[in-house]
Design a protein around this ligand. Structure first.
Ligand code: NAD
Length: 263
């Protein structure tokens, strides 16, 4: 399937790290020009952007739109279309987490999580759909979570936002069903990202556990395989959903969670 996305353009929100970066690289590996987005150190982001161009021989742009700002999100979509010529694959991936009992949950954290994890996808979709319709098709992929299907305590904003992503995915899929634009969500369980890796040393100390015990008995307590999902696995599913053979998959949330939500 080499070069499947030659001549296509992918834009991935929150792609300066973790799952988003793996997806941007996977689309570039298939020949797509890519627009990356996210927060972080300017020099490190430039190294990532240039690395994608040299490794895969595609054009890579960067836009620093904050997913809390609708005007900046509109500019991200418009900037992708003007700098790279089109937008065929839109991936709504940017996301943050905050953990607290509901009665202590800070109002501003609730607003940020709903804004970044849910509303930003509404704004990118609203801005991207006219161009996709005009060009005769497209793919929209939302990075959801096992928490789109089930809940865990103390994650009220995150679970509400991810359940909201399911509703947005279904609704927009129906609206675009005859426009050759598919809309789907990927629902990972625990994915091995730097974010997860950084929690391990402190948890080892706090619980007097080995690294393996922390992974299996704390982080992966709910994940039956006792294995982390990898960013490459999530990226490969995104590539599949963006490919021509996935044209009939729309309006669905696909789990990649080691059996978590089968319980
Ligand atoms: P990460 O922290 O490694 O990456 C998040 C990205 O979002 C970064 O590029 C960051 O800069 C960007 N971002 C954060 N706030 C932003 C803002 N205001 N504007 C623009 N960009 C912003 O996280 P990740 O683990 O790769 O998570 C990516 C997505 O996958 C999220 O939607 C998350 O909810 C989902 N997810 C992650 C896991 C997991 O175990 N890691 C599991 C299920 C779902």
């Amino acid at each position: 399937m080499a070069g499947m996305f030659q001549g296509k353009v992918a834009m991935v929100t929150g792609s300066t790290s973790g799952i988003g970066l793996a997806m941007a690289r996977a689309f570039a590996a298939e020949g797509a020009d890519v627009m990356i987005n996210g927060l972080g150190d300017a020099a490190e982001i430039e190294t990532i952007r240039r690395g994608i161009e040299t490794e895969f021989g595609v054009k890579a742009g960067y836009h620093g739109a904050n997913m809390l700002k609708p005007a900046e999100i509109r500019d991200l979509v418009a900037g992708t279309e003007s700098k790279l010529g089109r937008l065929d694959i839109l991936v709504n991936n940017a996301g943050i987490q905050f953990v607290s009992p509901v009665e202590d949950f800070p109002d501003e954290k609730w607003d940020q999580i709903i804004g970044i994890n849910l509303s930003s996808a509404f704004h990118t979709i609203k801005a991207a759909v006219p161009g996709m319709k005009a060009r005769g098709g497209g793919r929209i992929i939302n990075l959801s979570s096992a928490h789109a299907l089930i809940a865990s305590p103390f994650k009220s904003a995150y679970v509400a936002a991810k359940h909201g992503v399911t509703g947005l995915t279904k609704t927009v899929a129906l609206e675009l069903a005859q426009s050759k634009i598919t809309v789907n969500a990927i629902a990972p369980g625990y994915v091995w990202t730097p974010l997860v890796e950084r929690q391990i040393p402190d948890t080892m100390k706090a619980r007097n556990m080995t690294e393996d015990e922390v992974k299996k008995n704390v982080l992966l307590a709910a994940q039956p395989t006792k294995e982390f999902v990898t960013v490459e696995q999530v990226a490969a599913l995104a590539v599949y959903l963006a490919s021509p053979v996935a044209a009939s998959i729309t309006g669905t949330t696909i789990s990649m969670d080691g059996g978590w939500t089968a319980q």
